[in-house]
Design a protein. Sequence first.
Length: 135
Amino acid sequence: YTGNYEYVIGGENYKTFVEAFSKLNLTPDVYTLDAGWQDRNSIFEAKAAAGGEAGLVKLREFFESHNAKLSLWVSHNGPMGTNPEYLESIGVAVGNGMSSTYRGKGFGVLMDKKLETLLTERFCQLVSASVRSAR
């Protein structure tokens, strides 16, 4: 953790972790990438340090080669998931409003139609890419 909701990560970090589990003969069904895999100045795009979108696909394929699936942690409206300044810059409401339990300074307003649309589109892209490559 480097502060301001940011983490230093890289694709090799994740692979090392999986290989260590394999050496112990541990094969979880799923590995979940926690906070830090995503570029906070985007709508859940993979960080360049992890190889961007192509790196995310390669990482998923690596996990699958170890008989495990990949899942991604998201904070759909909190500052850990998406930089509130970025949300404001693209016209998404931030702060109090019709939202969820988690709301206020630094949180995207979940009932903001633009945020809802952006999240829906991105989550569908992520799932669609996963389904296409699994075939």
